[in-house]
Design a protein around this ligand. Structure first.
Ligand SMILES: [Fe+2]
Length: 443
């Protein structure tokens, strides 16, 4: 094994000291080893030494300016540190070197989003998704494809995909091979289910992978329509539900009739038809679709402007920074206690009222408790016991907002909240779908 391979192997095993020692040994004999500098950057990153990491990334790039990967890694480092301005030139260079790098397009999209240029962000997210999720870019050999999204899954996800392809086959019987995709997944499911771990998750066998790789977690179909205008409906502010929760503060606003009829129908069709539900959540039966990975409904670019005209007191200085949707099973618990890392959340429900069997209990619960301004979100959100303890004294004062189609909850993102245990009718079109929009102040 060469020294560089030994260093990579030590790094991958988590033996950072040995990896570092080997890198310095390599540099003693070959001061232009960009690989050694790159591994040193990764080691420094893992140790939390950001300044040192940046220095090593730059040394690697200096020696090997044609490496798109080094520039992409450095850009990820800048983006983590909320420094999109420094990330952008490296990403533009990386894309000129490797125009088909989906990681470069995702990162440049994130950089544009962080500087408030949503239009450019969406262009690159779109490119990234089309490259990564195209049914034409399939690695025939499972072992050569390192992208886990294509070779592991969960029972709930496969069941959803079968229902979705059956639905698409009913709507578009003459288009694509939706019927055969549903059949293939139906045939795989019994054996797959026998192999799952306690989270309902398993890796596909090679033969399963060969049967599904051209359509599973690929962008096979997206609903599209013309520009929808207006996006927002005739807003009815529902103060009755709030009771004394808000008191004098303007922390929570409940708006019924949030989207116009046309926009609601458009996003509902988008969620039913589009094969963009690539994420299946741990320990839960719900799926996620994200703006950076193909979830770009027609309201995406226009909703921010309409909101700042309609609600200037909340949105005039804010930009849409995140957009995602969750699609749930027939009944369950949904997201646990958490807060979101933004200024303002909008949580919108789009499944028709007649699909919900228990509206009182199928919405969202908010607690009059916020995560402190200076707190690290990941620390709080990964500690369910800590969050439970935080809200335990406020159980009596919690606000349980009943489910209603086209109802939006607008609230400060730091307020702790969770999905109420929900119950919906069986059937693909009855699944609970909620859209989340996060808005932030641009610096
Ligand atoms: Fe949330």
């Amino acid at each position: 094994m060469t020294n560089i391979n030994a260093a990579i192997s030590s790094f991958q095993k988590g033996d950072l000291d040995s990896a570092e020692f080997l890198c310095f040994e390599i540099l003693n004999t070959d001061s232009r080893s960009h690989g050694a500098y790159f591994i040193l950057a990764l080691i420094s990153k893992q140790r939390g030494f950001d300044v040192e990491a940046e220095k090593y990334y730059l040394s690697a790039i200096d020696i090997a300016p044609q490496s798109a990967n080094y520039r992409i890694a450095l850009s990820a480092h800048f983006l983590e540190r909320d420094n999109p301005g420094s990330a952008l030139p490296h990403l533009e260079h990386a894309i000129s070197l490797d125009p088909l790098s989906f990681a470069a397009h995702t990162n440049i999209g994130t950089a544009y989003k962080k500087i408030g240029d949503l239009k450019s962000a969406v262009i690159h997210f779109e490119k990234s998704c089309k490259i990564r999720r195209s049914s034409k870019n399939v690695d025939s050999n499972m072992r050569e494809n390192p992208d886990l999204t294509f070779h592991q899954s969960r029972i709930a996800k496969i069941e959803h995909d079968i229902e979705q392809f059956d639905f698409l086959n009913r709507v578009y019987p003459d288009k694509k091979n939706f019927r055969s995709y549903a059949e293939i997944l139906r045939n795989i499911l019994p054996d797959f289910s026998k192999r799952t771990d306690s989270h309902g998750s398993a890796v596909f066998t090679e033969s399963e992978y060969n049967n599904i790789s051209h359509f599973y977690n690929r962008l096979m179909w997206r609903y599209s329509d013309d520009k929808v205008s207006p996006i927002l409906g005739d807003h009815q502010v529902n103060r009755g539900i709030l009771g004394s929760f808000n008191n004098d503060t303007d922390e929570v606003l409940i708006i019924d009739n949030f989207l116009s009829e046309r926009a609601l129908a458009s996003i509902r069709n988008y969620c039913l038809e589009s094969t963009v539900w690539f994420d299946s959540k741990n320990d839960s039966a719900y799926l996620g679709a994200y703006m950076h990975d193909g979830f770009i409904p027609s309201i995406t670019l226009g909703i921010g402007d309409e909101l700042s005209k309609k609600w200037p007191q909340f949105f005039s200085d804010l930009t849409l920074t995140q957009l995602w949707a969750f699609k749930y099973d027939q009944e369950g618990h949904g997201t646990g206690l958490h807060a979101d890392d933004a200024s303002i959340n909008i949580n919108l429900w789009i499944t028709p009222d007649e699909c919900c069997l228990d509206p009182e209990n199928s919405g969202l619960t908010l607690y009059p408790v916020s995560i402190p301004e200076d707190a690290e979100f990941s620390e709080y959100n990964n500690d369910q016991n800590g969050l439970r303890e935080l809200v335990s004294k406020e159980e009596e004062n919690r606000l349980k907002i009943p489910y209603r189609c086209n109802r939006a909850l607008i609230f400060r993102s730091r307020i702790i909240h969770q999905t109420s245990p929900y119950r919906f009718r069986a059937g693909y079109q009855n699944r609970r779908v909620n859209i989340t929009l996060l808005f932030e102040k641009m610096v």
